[in-house]
Design a protein. Structure first.
Length: 248
């Protein structure tokens, strides 16, 4: 299955967004918005771009997806080629680029996705985000876990281990969506991530900007081979993926 890709474009982004769904949940408000995808008389229709907003904070949209795909590719590249059918836990589902990328790679075995917002799951199963994830959701390797990633990693229910953890639940370790997520990037949170990794497993964390402090935190938490990969963006500082390995 070829990964679904939306062309990098600012087409349609100048018009006011249309709200497609708005929900109040246990973690606050989540909104799905659309830009483009409509045309007036005599005008050319612009590509639809979908955005997820959480508690008034822009999280992600479908305008590009390069960094979300790199999150998966970089984690897989860090694993030894001899490791057969490695498992991956993706947190969270977002607009679906990371899941679609994992599903497009036959080398992955189990593909688990932790997503705490039922609305986001619904937008993929029954809404417009199915354009990204429909094939991945029917992949027999895919498992959607309707759960809070932070709690799942820390609790007995989350004692499964994975070869890779690919985390994209915030705008980065320095810019969390909710206060509770701060604990994931704390020493105890990173220790819990390390415990959920198989020996030699890889932790990959998406961020909207580089974080030298987070690199130091990863080293202090006992991870090896800590490094950061940058992904250029149209404006501003690059997106990045922080990578770290658990010792064998």
């Amino acid at each position: 299955m070829a990964p679904v890709s939306f062309p990098p474009s600012t087409a349609g982004l100048q018009e006011a967004p249309r709200t497609l769904d708005r929900r109040e949940g246990p973690y606050g408000e989540v909104v799905l918005r659309q830009r483009g995808g409509t045309a007036g008389p005599g005008a050319t229709e612009t590509p639809a771009v979908y955005e997820i907003i959480a508690n008034g904070c822009f999280l992600m949209d479908t305008s590009d997806g390069r960094s979300e795909r790199l999150l998966i590719d970089a984690a897989l590249a860090e694993l030894p080629a001899a490791r057969q059918r490695p498992s991956v836990l993706i947190g969270g589902l977002g607009v679906g680029f990371s899941l679609a990328r994992a599903s497009s790679e036959p080398r992955w075995g189990r593909i688990a996705v932790a997503e705490r917002e039922q609305a986001v799951i619904d937008w993929h199963r029954e809404g417009p985000l199915s354009a990204v994830s429909a094939d991945a959701l029917t992949d027999p390797r895919t498992e959607i876990l309707h759960t809070d990633l932070v709690g799942y990693i820390r609790t007995e229910a989350g004692r499964d281990t994975f070869d890779a953890l690919c985390l994209d639940i915030d705008n980065g370790p320095d810019w969390t969506v909710t206060d509770d997520n701060n604990s994931l990037y704390s020493p105890t949170g990173l220790a819990a991530c390390r415990d959920r990794l198989a020996p030699g497993g890889v932790l990959a964390v998406w961020s909207a900007q580089p974080s030298p402090a987070f690199e130091l935190a990863l080293r202090n938490a006992g991870f090896d081979d800590v490094r950061t990969e940058e992904i250029p963006v149209v404006r501003g500082v690059p997106d990045v993926v922080h990578l770290a390995r658990k010792g064998a």
